[in-house]
Design a binder for this molecule. Structure first.
Ligand SMILES: NC(=O)c1ccc[n+]([C@@H]2O[C@H](COP(=O)([O-])OP(=O)(O)OC[C@H]3O[C@@H](n4cnc5c(N)ncnc54)[C@H](O)[C@@H]3O)[C@@H](O)[C@H]2O)c1
Length: 259
């Protein structure tokens, strides 16, 4: 997809990986980028700084709690008022908070489902010839074989949910000519999610792991958006180039059967 001239919306775009997705979309010539984020101060600061670097009237920030689904829908409509259309919809907002675990599922999964549905409805009405893409943020914690811990088991469940829901919705995207990416990063430093992960990891004595910067991960995600790739699920870990994965049919991983 050519990003130049496209309109994008990024949830959780005020900080961390989301902010770097916004920055790289602007660098590659996006016409406008809307940030929806709960963090009013961070969003206002991000917009101010990005405007200094990339010019005015390209960046919009609307404070929004994506777990309040009516508010999310209202702010999406507001985004359409300023941008006219959304070609790139990035469901990125997320938290790691095992104490308020119901709230975490609301943000990481319920709001992501709402965002995907808003994008599908909107993009489904645009011309089939127009490029459009939905990017859903999962984690390596949402992939099988990743050994987790009780300390962040609900976070993992929410990300398994992201992978499961997004995989299930892939055909609907194909039918409407919408590309879908499911992004599964490993540990990304300088983020709230990583700070909370470290606390949980310390308590459960996990081994060492390689971290990556949000700057690099944001760059790689936007690079994946722009590349002509047909695979959907991409892992970005250990500071290496992204690689795609696919899930085997369950019958091929059968381990036992009766008689
Ligand atoms: N940091 C990591 O190690 C890591 C690894 C894998 C996946 N991820 C995923 O990447 C995504 C981005 O997280 P990050 O690492 O940049 O963390 P971050 O905390 O830096 O950024 C998350 C953003 O989401 C926003 N947000 C939180 N709740 C919200 C709500 N209810 N409504 C709107 N916005 C809200 C925050 O204000 C923040 O700007 C998340 O989905 C996270 O699960 C992160």
């Amino acid at each position: 997809m050519k990003i130049e001239g496209k309109c994008a919306l990024v949830t959780g775009g005020a900080n961390g990986i989301g902010l770097n997705i916004v920055r790289n979309l602007l660098i590659r010539g996006a016409k406008c980028v809307v940030i929806l984020d709960l963090d009013k101060e961070g969003g206002t600061e991000a917009k101010k700084n990005l405007e200094k670097e990339y010019g005015k009237n390209r960046i919009f920030f609307f404070p929004c709690d994506v777990t309040k689904l009516d508010e999310f829908e209202d702010k999406f409509k507001k985004s359409l008022e300023v941008c006219n259309k959304v070609d790139i919809f990035v469901n990125n907002s997320g938290v790691l908070n095992e104490v308020d675990w119901t709230g975490m599922i609301d943000i990481n999964l319920r709001a992501l489902i709402k965002g995907t549905k808003l994008a599908l409805d909107h993009m489904g009405t645009s011309k089939p010839s127009e490029d459009k893409i939905i990017v859903n943020m999962a984690s390596i914690g949402g992939l099988s074989k990743y050994e987790g811990s009780e300390a962040f088991a609900v976070y993992q469940a929410s990300k398994y949910g992201v992978v499961g829901f997004s995989t299930a919705i892939k055909k609907a995207c194909d039918d409407r000519g919408i590309k879908l990416l499911i992004i599964c990063p490993g540990a990304v430093e300088k983020t709230n999610v990583f700070t909370n992960y470290l606390k949980a990891a310390a308590e459960s004595k996990l081994g060492d792991f390689v971290t990556q910067t949000p700057e690099n991960v944001g760059f790689l995600i936007v690079d994946l958006i722009e590349r002509n790739i047909k695979e959907t699920t991409w892992v970005i870990e250990d500071n290496k180039t992204p690689y795609a994965v696919q899930f085997p049919h369950y019958s091929t991983v059968k381990i036992a059967s009766l008689n």
